[in-house]
Each structure stands twice: as structure tokens, then as C-alpha cells.
Design a protein. Structure first.
Length: 156
């Protein structure tokens, strides 16, 4: 008495449950990867925007549009109000240098800082140029007045 050999036509319940568990685990891992990628993309976008805003504000300061004096937490004119900028004017490592630090900060509605960038630039102190120009004008004015007097060798 031998049993007839039969071939299976379908999957067992165990195989179905195991394949569903593997599928759900894969979907969970992929969704976490997508969320992490989205957060990284947002941080990168905010960081790039902060850098561009810092460069723009530094150019405005160097061009004289904004005064070259320390300022803190001022909202940008062109960006949304969650972006603010700060300027620190410090004396540089040499007497005639100034260190300018421009920072841009993005704060979300929960008052948490999302992005912050700082650009530092060293420039020559404009006050040194103004003092040198004033001295040069004063010395050239005194030279002009001494040479415009009566000519030497002429007299009564």
C-alpha cells in the first residue's frame, strides 16, 4: 500500500504570513529612508538660502546700503519674516582691519532655529582712509597757499 504522490498547488498559510511580514518590514525601512531624505533636503535648502542671504547682506553693507555698525535680529526685507540677520563689527588682527560677521538665521513657527549660517570677511577700516584723506587735503591746502603768495625775486 503505497500512497499516491501529490504535488502541491498553492502556498501554505505560514508562507503567506512570512512574505507579508517581509513586505511590511521593507515598506517601513523605505518610508524611514524617504523621511530622512526629505529632512536632509529641507536642511540643505535652508542652509543654501541662509548662505545666499548672508552674501547678499554683506554686499549691501560693503556697498554702503546698510550702515557698517553692529545689528542683531533684524528681519530681511525680501525674505519671509522667519529669516533674520545679525552683523558684528569687530576689530581685526591688524590695526587697520575690521572683521565683519554676517549671520542669517531661520526660525520656525515653534521658535526653533532651523538653519543658521555665518560669513566672516576682513576689510580695511574706512575710518583710516577718511583720516588719511583729511590729512592729505589739509597738507595740500597748506602747500597751495604757500606757493600762491608773491613770487620769489619780485619786489618793489
Amino acid at each position: 500500500m503505497s500512497r499516491p504522490v501529490t504535488t502541491r498547488q498553492g502556498m501554505t498559510l505560514y508562507e503567506v504570513v512570512l512574505s507579508l511580514a517581509i513586505l511590511l518590514g521593507s515598506i517601513t525601512v523605505l518610508s524611514n529612508l524617504i523621511a530622512t531624505g526629505s529632512r536632509a533636503a529641507l536642511r540643505s535648502r535652508l542652509s543654501t538660502r541662509a548662505t545666499l542671504l548672508c552674501q547678499s547682506k554683506l554686499s549691501e553693507i560693503l556697498a554702503g546700503v546698510e550702515p557698517m555698525q553692529s545689528a542683531d535680529g533684524i528681519p530681511f526685507d525680501t525674505a519671509d519674516p522667519s529669516w533674520t540677520w545679525t552683523l558684528e563689527v569687530l576689530s581685526g588682527p591688524v590695526d587697520d582691519l575690521l572683521e565683519l560677521r554676517v549671520s542669517a538665521v531661520h526660525t520656525n513657527p515653534n521658535q526653533v532655529v532651523d538653519a543658521a549660517e555665518t560669513i566672516t570677511r576682513y576689510i580695511r577700516d574706512p575710518q583710516v582712509y577718511e583720516e588719511a584723506a583729511t590729512q592729505e587735503n589739509a597738507s595740500s591746502a597748506s602747500d597751495d597757499s604757500s606757493t600762491t603768495g608773491p613770487a620769489a625775486g619780485t619786489g618793489p
